[in-house]
Design a protein around this ligand. Sequence first.
Ligand code: ADP
Ligand code: MG
Length: 588
Amino acid sequence: MIKRLWPYLRPYKKWFALGVACSAAEAVFELLIPLVMARIVDVGIRSGDSAYTIRMGAIMVAMALISLTLGIAASYFASYTGMAFGAKVRAAEYEHIQDFAFSNIERFSTASLITRLTSDINAMQMTVMMGMRLLVRAPVMLVSALVLALMISTRLSQTFLVAIPLLIVVVGIIIVRVGPMFKLLQEKTDSLNLSVQENLTAIRVVKSFVREDHEKEKFAVRNEDLKRASETAFGRVVVNMPLMMLIIYGAIIAIMWNGGHMVAAGELEIGLLTTFFTYVTQILMSLIMVSMIFMMLTRSVACARRIIEVLDETPDITDEKAVSVTDEGTGESVAAAVADGRVDFDHVSFKYDANSPEWTLRDIDLHIESGQTVGILGGTGSGKSTLVSLIPRLYEASEGTVSVGGRPVEEYTTEHLRDSCAMVLQKNTLFSGTIRENLLWGKEDASQEEIEHACRAACVDEFIGRMPQGYDTDLGQGGVNVSGGQKQRLCIARAILKQPKVLILDDSTSAVDMATDAKIRAAFAAELKDTTKIIIAQRVASVRDADQIVVLDEGRISAVGDHETLLRESEIYRDVYTSQQEGGSANG
Ligand SMILES: Nc1ncnc2c1ncn2[C@@H]1O[C@H](COP(=O)(O)OP(=O)(O)O)[C@@H](O)[C@H]1O
Ligand SMILES: [Mg+2]
């Protein structure tokens, strides 16, 4: 694990070393101070030599100041290293997540990824910061104090023979019992985050269904869960503190008893006895510190594992199989580009979870010429969205091949492929920013003409004139300032700006009225002649003019053909058509 995370700490190893050195030096100075103190009591005060006392006092103050400065420096270096390390890991993790396919993200869940990016990293950061200081200080203090104590009196030091093993046992018990709880703690945090995230991203739905109480309750339960998990974990840690104190005070009393007798018998100087006490406290305190470090380490190990899980996850979709071709103009080798809008499904089957017995798509064989318009109809859950998501390779076919422009999709880099296949998702999002900024996602350097052209094709120009600042109207987070139908049209315009070879609309005009829907289709036919248009729709009217209409039923193609053919040959199509005709005439 250390090996896996070391690369992120390595750039700061100089700071790390400085921090460690300062901590060690600080500890040594702190230990020397009691020795000077003993000299003052045993030599200076006893002989009444005030000049000596003052001189030694001054040395003590100087040492204390040095030790303080070293301590501040050590804290500074430790904080710097910890924070820089955390930032580095966070950046690496975030960058890696950007390469994840949908399937990778679904495996972790978004909420868990957020915890892994924030709270897990914070815990690790804290450990590096505190660990660097305590982990150095505690052993240095322990060993040197032990040596110094032995030098003062071997007889008094015998008390440690009992106290130290006792403390080690107590610390061991805590670590074994509390360690596993920290993993649970992070999992509870995941679950709480999931609830918060779901609630906040869907706050409008929650409010419109008046589900606030239900949401509050759900949150309360998870919050309580988390509280209970932390209570048990930290509760056990806290209970052990008094136990350790008991051992320490026991040791001090034993030493006082023995030491008092020794001083009375003239075997020990009184100043050395006081010094000895300082060491006793330091030795036992450093043991407690070590126990705290271990506690922190167990928690960080749980967190570090979760972070490494993310870092080690292999993206399901990579550019490994991308092929290069020789550019005819320059003779250089370049990544293959999508030649045209031809789309072929050759006996494609697909399931979301390799272990599931059910296929989401089964044996799809479909061939679309470049520039064709294809309609896809089918009940909810019949696999329409899944089918089209295979084209820009959002998911990979489990069996068979999906090809675009005559080449299997995995032979393109995802960047090339997705640039040529614009997809307007069923649940599409706009981002905070102005309308123009959102449209420019489609093409960064689009000119005003291009923007206006795309907006005309998507019938956005209809309402853009009515927006307060036209193209520069701010949309608010997630595009809350426009209606559903307007949002859909903006998403279509954004896709058109990409000038894609293949344009996929997944039920993208569901919130647009029939007349505008027809206008958009007419604009497509006129303005996007060479683009293959794949349109998923609920209304037969949206697809009846298409070159091919595909009827999907439970993941299989039930029928393919144009409107007339399907009316003759497909019962499902006929049923949908007649029901919508009736519905249509009933509504006028
Ligand atoms: N990300 C996903 N993970 C697992 N199953 C999914 C996922 N998305 C969709 N499904 C399942 O796949 C089936 C087809 O879904 P979908 O393609 O969205 O249907 P449609 O778009 O025709 O309504 C449904 O049974 C749905 O539950
Ligand atoms: Mg769908």
